[in-house]
Design a protein around this ligand. Structure first.
Ligand SMILES: Nc1ncnc2c1ncn2[C@@H]1O[C@H](COP(=O)(O)OP(=O)(O)OP(=O)(O)O)[C@@H](O)[C@H]1O
Ligand SMILES: [Mg+2]
Length: 286
């Protein structure tokens, strides 16, 4: 489970013990129109309401964080967005198009990729092959052509490999291209998981605790990669993270959930001084 939930950081705007990062505004990014809209989502598991009437939007090129104590419903929210869970009420739209009844593959094809709180990599496979697996979504040749490496499939594989190699360079994981992922330290595995998601060339990237369990140096690296993805590829990012220093530093706007309800939404400064948010964290015995 997870890590740093610091109520002091919410209360004290000035000091941030997080990586020395430029604030998003300094990159000169242009935040665009709403790309992803979450409208009145309610999700129940039997009698348990994991999410109650949640609405928020995400603007193009934005880094939008979702925070909240353990069990608040953050992962459930991402699971609704990417089609793992079908909420009983509400709707989710990407560029105005509804996700209703879409499965995770269809949502991914529509341009939404994600990383997982508990890694979903093939541990016995190499870094290269794991990232290539993410790329499969974009491959046109059918599985038989791929298996037999017939003409068009072979040409396509070469082109796809080039894209994958670019991601490997971008994430600075060249030295481990051929290493089975299971042998890598945890921080690097998280980076490979990011690479697998990036290989889908998403317009929206959902990151579920990409820095959980990392040491300070690994967190700094991951922060830098997230900012670079956002900046260089223009990818819109929805980030779940418990490290308040990181969240307050890199987010454009933050949604706060507690017991499945939205209790705050706004710029980091606004959220940090919201009394409901402070008391949710101070009372976070869970
Ligand atoms: N598949 C499921 N079946 C039943 N209950 C579930 C399921 N998934 C989530 N829940 C419940 O929904 C609530 C929200 O869980 P969720 O995992 O979304 O929280 P979270 O905010 O991601 O927590 P954490 O910070 O610990 O990752 C919890 O009460 C959890 O037990
Ligand atoms: Mg979670």
């Amino acid at each position: 489970m997870n890590a740093i939930v610091s109520s002091e950081l919410l209360a004290q705007p000035a000091t941030m013990p997080s990586p020395d990062l430029e604030p998003p505004a300094a990159t000169g990014r242009r935040i665009g129109d709403v790309i992803l809209a979450v409208n009145h989502i309610t999700l129940r598991f039997g009698g348990v309401k994991a999410l109650t009437d949640i609405s928020f939007d995400v603007r193009e090129h934005e880094i939008r964080s979702i925070i909240g104590p353990n069990g608040a419903g953050k992962s459930s929210m991402l699971n609704c967005i990417n089609g793992v869970y079908q909420p009983q009420e509400g709707s989710i739209t990407l560029r105005g198009k509804s996700f209703k009844n879409m499965n995770p593959r269809q949502v991914a094809e529509a341009g939404v990729a994600r990383t997982f709180q508990n890694l979903a990599l093939f541990k016995g496979m190499s870094v290269l092959d794991n990232i290539m697996a993410g790329r499969n979504l974009r491959m046109k040749a059918n599985i038989f052509q791929q298996a037999l490496r017939l003409g068009p499939a072979l040409r396509e594989e070469i082109a796809q490999r080039e894209k994958v190699e670019r991601i490997i360079d971008f994430l600075e994981i060249q030295p481990w291209r051929k290493t089975p992922v299971g042998r890598l330290p945890y921080g690097l595995q998280k980076r490979v998981d990011l690479g697998r998601a990036l290989a889908m060339e998403p317009s929206v990237l959902l990151l579920d605790e990409p820095m959980a369990g990392m040491n300070v140096e690994e967190k700094q690296d991951m922060c830098r990669f997230i900012l670079d993805v956002n900046d260089e590829f223009g990818t819109t990012i929805v980030l779940i993270e418990h490290d308040m220093g990181v969240v307050m530093d890199i987010s454009d706007r933050v949604v706060v959930l507690d017991y499945g309800k939205k209790i705050g939404d706004g710029a980091p400064d606004e959220v940090r001084s919201n009394p409901d948010v402070i008391s949710a964290y101070l009372g976070a015995g869970h």
